[in-house]
Design a protein around this ligand. Sequence first.
Ligand SMILES: [Zn+2]
Length: 388
Amino acid sequence: MKTLCEKYARKLVKQGLTAPGDPIVGGLDAELVWNRQDQRIKELAILFDELSINSLIFSKPAEPFATIIDFLASRYPDTIRPEDTETRTFLHDIPVCREFSAQAIVANLKKRKAVIIPGNGIISYGTVTPEQGFVFYSSTIFACFVLFFSEYMKEAKTGTIDTEFQAAFDKAVSHLPAPRTDLPTLATGPHNDEEIILSAMAEAGKAVVEYGLVDSFFGNISYRLGKIIYISQTGSSLEELQGCIDPCPMDGSSTAGLTASSELTAHEDVYRRTPVDCILHGHPKFTVIMSMDCDRTDCKNRGKCHVACTECRSIEGVPIVPGEVGTGPTGLCNTLPPAVASCGTAIVHGHGLFASGVTDFNEPFKRLLETENLCRKLYFERLSRLID
Ligand SMILES: [Zn+2]
């Protein structure tokens, strides 16, 4: 367990979510162990008595995230309500706890998977493995980042940005890493052999996480060989795909579909409609922010844009479609495939980007990165037009 705690502490730092040396990760096996010593552990240990958890993560986020969560917590004193898909799927909303005391933290974590303690950081937990806490931690950061930049754009449009928001925004922007424009060299296809496909998928998944185009755990990836779709399993970490890829025959004859990504149906439909060989799906932040940036305020589905938007919106030729995770009547399995089939790439509102390619993952990766860089550029261009 101690090794696992250390692994997730390292992962938080490696993905730029927290500063080196900061994360405190605790895990309960026969006894309670921590990745490192800290005087706050005495209080945190009480959480294991009060909640049915087996692991806990507590850390102050790295910049720009610390500035972002503290600003949002000052603006929304009780709870922060982002509107992206990760929040809808996992978090619902993010409570803010004003004091660092076990009692106050327990009250919040009884209802939600993560809590923000302004000035201190984020606490999240797992009931089975520390990975769950890691996922909720990174999801909280993702959701707050998207909300922060979306709100700033909204207020820029109405001319209502106050000095606190401006200061927090300037600080956050100064900490944004420069956009990456270099491309990875991924295995060149066509891939005609299962072993090669699996290693090409693992390599591409790792690159998507390394470039910050998705947080670990989310996103999915597939490759089609004949009538078989190789797809990442649901809940797998894209940078650790070995052993987490299912071969699924397109005639639906395999039961592997049970563990396969929840987006298998959408991937399969894309392959039926168009002769592409592979699909990459990530949650790039500015793509998600721009997908929700809409000037319409009067349409009848306002408030349900993520499932019911009927506008034909796009960003420089890349269509934006509504659609929930999964295969329900408003599922992205209905909206996404025609869009990807006709344009090669499509954005799901508030969720992320799907990019297809022929032969190998170099093409969809390029589309993923270029769309994100374009969305980031458009975001700041739009802002400068509003503010000048
Ligand atoms: Zn997704």
